[in-house]
Design a protein around this ligand. Structure first.
Ligand SMILES: Cc1cc2nc3c(=O)[nH]c(=O)nc-3n(C[C@H](O)[C@H](O)[C@H](O)COP(=O)(O)OP(=O)(O)OC[C@H]3O[C@@H](n4cnc5c(N)ncnc54)[C@H](O)[C@@H]3O)c2cc1C
Length: 391
C-alpha cells in the first residue's frame, strides 16, 4: 500500500530540507525521500561560504535574505548553523574593476553591507595578504561561513517538528503521471502518492528529471578542496577570500586550518557519474591550489598540507539553477543545478520553492529568471562581469 502526502520532495540536501521546512510550516503533508542520508550529496561537502557578492538583483536579494536567516538561525529555523562571521573579501584584477564596482553598487541598492576596500583597508583586514597585482577589492563585514552538516540537519529537524517525514535510504526510481499530472513516485521502499513532486536531487537532478520525461541541462561535475594548517603566528581566523585573479578561494576551517578551492569555469568540464567518481583529492590539485594560496597569502608557504576531498557540483550552462514546474501544470517541479554556489541561498530557495509549489500570488522571490525554457530561448542568466560563475 502506498503512503499519501501533499508534496513529495526528492533529496535531503539543503534545498530539499529547506523546502520541506517551508511547506510543512504552511501545514502541508510533506515527505522527503532521500536515497542515502541527510546531506549525503553536495551539501555535506560544501565549503558553505556565506557571501553576498552577486551580480543580479534577485540572487543578491536571496543572498541577503539567507544571511539574515544564518545570523538568527536558532530563532528562525531552530538549532545551529555554525555560522562564523569572519568577513568576505573579493579581489579582482584590472579587467574586472568596472564589474566589481557595478556589483557593489547593485548590492548596496538592495541593502547589502558591502564597500570597495582600498589597499590599506585590505591590509588591516587581512595582514600579510599580497596585493601587488590587485586593482580593486570589495569587503562584506557581515559575511563568513557556516557548518553545512549542522545546517542541513537543523532544517531537517525543523521540517520534522512541523510534521514533515523524512525517509532515508529511499531511492526514487520512477515518477508516475495520470492525464499529464503527477500522482506519485516509485522508490526502492515502495510507492508514495502525491499531486506534487519537487526534484531537489542536486547533481542527480538531470537523472531524476528524466524519470519524469524532462531533459534538464544539469551536469554532475567533480570538484576538489584541500586543507592547509596555518603556521605558527597565523593561527587566528582570517576573512573568507575570493581571489578572482587566481580563480581560487580560501576560508578558515576549524582546527587552525585553511580550506582552499577553485572558482574556475573549467570545473564544469569534469563531468562524472555521480554514483561512481573518485572522492579522493588529486595530489596535483593540492599542489596547484596550494601554490595559488601561497601567491596570495605568502605566510602559507610554511603551512602543512592536511589532505582534501572531491565532491560534486550540479552545473547548468549558465551556472544558475533551474527552479520551475516542468511541464507547466504537471505538478512536477525542478529545484536543482545550483552550480557550486547554492548553499548560502538555501534559506531563500526553500521560500521560493514553497511559493512556487503552493502557487503563491505574490512570491517573495520570483523564480522566472530560473525557468527551464531560458536555454531554449537563448536567454541564459548573465553576470555583469567576467568572473560571473560566482553568480
Ligand atoms: C566542494 C564544494 C564546495 C562548495 N562551496 C560552496 C560555498 O562555499 N558556498 C555555497 O553557497 N555553495 C557551495 N557549494 C554548493 C552547494 O553546496 C550546493 O549548491 C548545495 O549544497 C546543493 O544542495 P542541493 O540540496 O541542491 O543538492 P544535494 O546536497 O546534492 O542534495 C541532493 C540529494 O538528493 C539525493 N538524491 C539523488 N537522487 C535521488 C533519488 N533518485 N532518490 C532519492 N534521493 C536522491 C542525494 O543523495 C542528495 O542527498 C559547494 C559545493 C561543493 C561540492
Amino acid at each position: 500500500m502506498s503512503e499519501r502526502f501533499d508534496v513529495l520532495i526528492i533529496g535531503a540536501g539543503i534545498m530539499g530540507c529547506s523546502t520541506a521546512f517551508q511547506l510543512a510550516q504552511r501545514g502541508l503533508a510533506v515527505a522527503v525521500l532521500e536515497k542515502e542520508q541527510i546531506g549525503a550529496g553536495s551539501t555535506g561537502k560544501s565549503s558553505a561560504i556565506i557571501r553576498q557578492h552577486y551580480s543580479n538583483e534577485l540572487t543578491a536579494r536571496m543572498a541577503l535574505h539567507s544571511l539574515r536567516v544564518y545570523q538568527h538561525f536558532d530563532d528562525v529555523v531552530g538549532g545551529e548553523s555554525g555560522f562564523h562571521r569572519v568577513g568576505f573579501l573579493a579581489l579582482v584584477a584590472a579587467k574586472d574593476r568596472a564589474g566589481l564596482e557595478a556589483n557593489v553598487a547593485l548590492q548596496q541598492r538592495v541593502g547589502i553591507q558591502t564597500e570597495l576596500a582600498p589597499a590599506d583597508a585590505v591590509s588591516e583586514l587581512m595582514p600579510g595578504l599580497q596585493q601587488a597585482d590587485l586593482v580593486a577589492a570589495a569587503y562584506e563585514p557581515e559575511s563568513g561561513y557556516a557548518d553545512p552538516h549542522l545546517t542541513v540537519h537543523a532544517y531537517a529537524n525543523a521540517a520534522k517538528r512541523h510534521g514533515a517525514r523524512i525517509f532515508l535510504h529511499t531511492e526514487v526510481t520512477g515518477v508516475r503521471f495520470a492525464a499529464g499530472k503527477v500522482v506519485g513516485v516509485d522508490t526502492s521502499q515502495g510507492a508514495f502518492d502525491a499531486p506534487q513532486v519537487v526534484n531537489c536531487s542536486g547533481p542527480w537532478g538531470a537523472r531524476v528529471a528524466k524519470l519524469a520525461g524532462i531533459d534538464a541541462p544539469i551536469n554532475s561535475c567533480r570538484v576538489q578542496v584541500a586543507f592547509f594548517r596555518r603556521p605558527p603566528g597565523h593561527e587566528a581566523e582570517h576573512p573568507v577570500v575570493a581571489d578572482f585573479v587566481h580563480a581560487s578561494y580560501f576560508r578558515p576551517e576549524t582546527g587552525g586550518l585553511t580550506l582552499a578551492g577553485l572558482i574556475d569555469p573549467a570545473e564544469g568540464d569534469a563531468v562524472v557519474d555521480p554514483d561512481h567518481f573518485s572522492e579522493t583529492v588529486d595530489r596535483s590539485f593540492v599542489l596547484d591550489v596550494g601554490e595559488l594560496l601561497v601567491r596570495r597569502y605568502p605566510a602559507m608557504e610554511q603551512s602543512l598540507s592536511t589532505g582534501g576531498f572531491a565532491a560534486l557540483y550540479a552545473i547548468t550552462p549558465d551556472w544558475h539553477p533551474i527552479v520551475d514546474e516542468a511541464p507547466a501544470g504537471s505538478g512536477f517541479f525542478l529545484c536543482a543545478g545550483f552550480s557550486g554556489h547554492g548553499f548560502k541561498l538555501g534559506p531563500a530557495v526553500g521560500l521560493m520553492a514553497a511559493d512556487m509549489v503552493t502557487g503563491a500570488s505574490d512570491p517573495t522571490f520570483d523564480p522566472h529568471m530560473f525557468r527551464l525554457s531560458r536555454y531554449a530561448e537563448n536567454a541564459p542568466v548573465r553576470g555583469q562581469y567576467e568572473y560571473s560563475i560566482a553568480g
